[in-house]
Design a protein. Structure first.
Length: 168
């Protein structure tokens, strides 16, 4: 009996041809407990705000299994040193295997390569698994917007603003 080789995880910039796979993961991972949107996005995945050059894709043995995206928080030149994470999604069949961590590490590296000095994100106070991931990557809570969103059956949740320095 031969052992199967370990799955190979790679992270790369998105391509237009990834759109269907990315949208499928986005829809499969949508939850009112982690998204302020009232329902999953019907698509398209790429639009005027989500550009392929600002999306990283995780593949396992050539199959798309996750994505992470970022953008500048404002169009102002004075905030060009900041990159804001606007989403992270991992295929439910691949969660808990380091895909999200690898995507975030690659996003941090990409932000640094683009002369980023700071990275920010927002996460629901009730989304403890995501908070643990971000804290392991060096993000710290810098602010709490209490009761910022009403989700699910009308529960109010806090929105945490987290950030990390990219210069170290």
């Amino acid at each position: 009996m031969h052992a199967r080789p370990a799955a190979r995880l790679t992270v790369r910039l998105a391509r237009l041809g990834d759109e269907d796979a990315l949208l499928e993961i986005d829809q499969a991972t949508w939850s009112p407990l982690s998204s302020p949107s009232p329902e999953p996005s019907p698509g398209p995945f790429f639009n005027e705000r989500t550009l392929p050059e600002n999306v990283l894709v995780a593949e396992v043995d050539g199959r798309v299994v996750g994505w992470a995206k970022f953008e500048h928080p404002t169009p102002l030149h004075s905030s060009r040193h900041v990159w804001h994470v606007t989403g992270l999604g991992v295929d439910p069949d691949h969660q808990g295997r380091g895909v999200g961590y690898a995507l975030m590490e690659a996003l941090i590296a990409e932000a640094r390569a683009r002369r980023g000095l700071r990275m920010t994100l927002r996460v629901f106070g009730s989304n403890e698994p995501a908070q643990r991931l971000y804290k392991r990557l060096g993000f710290e809570v810098e602010g709490v917007l209490r009761g910022e969103f009403r989700v699910g059956d009308g529960e109010f949740v806090d929105d945490l603003f987290m950030a990390r320095d990219l210069t170290g």
